[in-house]
Design a protein around this ligand. Structure first.
Ligand code: 5GP
Length: 191
C-alpha cells in the first residue's frame, strides 16, 4: 500500500532489537486519513469473505478496527490486556510481548466472541506472531470462526506469518519490512 509505505519511510524510526517506531502516525499521534485508507484496503482484501464482527487487541489495533467497523457497519470487539473486576464470563490466554519482554494475560468476554461469530482480526504489527497465537487460541475457545488476520505492518524477518498460516488462518499485511539492520528500513519491493 503505497501511501503507507511512503509514510513509513518518511516518519518511521528504527530502534535496536528490530523495533520500528511509528509514534508519529499510528502508535501515539494518529493520522485518521491514513487509518481510513488502511481500513479501506483491509475491506478490499476481505471483500469476498463473510464477516459479522471485527476483532482487535488493545491498544493500537483499535483505531484501524473501529474505522473498518464504521465503514462496514459492523461491531468491533477488542481483547483486553487487563481484566476489569466487573468482567465475568471471560476467556483468557497468555501472550509473550517481545517489545516489553514479559508475559501478559489477554481476556475477552464470552458475550462478545461467540460460536456465531465470523471475525477478522486487525492489529498494528505482526512480529513473531505471539499476539496472533493468543487470538487464535481465544477464537478456538469461543468457537468463533477466525476468517483472517490483517496487520498494518509485518516485519517478515521475525516470521510471525508462519504461526498464523500453520493454524490454517489467512494473513494479510499492508507493508512488509524485510529488515531493520543498521537502522535502515528495508521494505519489500522497495530498494
Ligand atoms: P508479536 O506478538 O507478533 O510478536 O508482536 C506484535 C505486537 O507487538 C503488536 O501488537 C505490537 O503492539 C507490538 N510490536 C511488535 N513489533 C513492534 C514494532 O516494531 N514496533 C511497535 N511499535 N510495536 C511492535
Amino acid at each position: 500500500m503505497k501511501t503507507l509505505i511512503d509514510r513509513i519511510l518518511k516518519d518511521g524510526r528504527c530502534y535496536p532489537g528490530g523495533i520500528l517506531k511509528v509514534d508519529k502516525f499510528i502508535n501515539h499521534q494518529m493520522d485518521p486519513n491514513l487509518m481510513k485508507a488502511i481500513a479501506i484496503e483491509f475491506i478490499k482484501r476481505y471483500s469476498s469473505t463473510e464477516i459479522n464482527k471485527i476483532l482487535t487487541i488493545e491498544a493500537s489495533g483499535i483505531a484501524p478496527a473501529i474505522v473498518m467497523g464504521l465503514l462496514l457497519d459492523l461491531p468491533v470487539v477488542f481483547a483486553k490486556k487487563k481484566k476489569a473486576s466487573t468482567m465475568d464470563n471471560i476467556l483468557s490466554t497468555t501472550v509473550f510481548s517481545f517489545t516489553k519482554q514479559r508475559e501478559y494475560n489477554v481476556v475477552i468476554s464470552k458475550d462478545y466472541l461467540t460460536p456465531q461469530d465470523k471475525v477478522v482480526f486487525i492489529d498494528d504489527f505482526l512480529a513473531y506472531g505471539n499476539a496472533a497465537k493468543g487470538i487464535i487460541d481465544l477464537c478456538q475457545q469461543a468457537g468463533a470462526e477466525l476468517v483472517g488476520m490483517g496487520f498494518i505492518i509485518e516485519k517478515t524477518f521475525q516470521h510471525g506469518r508462519k504461526v498464523i498460516e500453520a493454524a490454517g488462518v489467512r494473513c494479510e499485511s499492508l507493508a512488509m519490512i524485510e529488515s531493520l539492520d543498521d537502522c535502515k528500513i528495508k521494505l519489500k519491493g522497495i530498494d
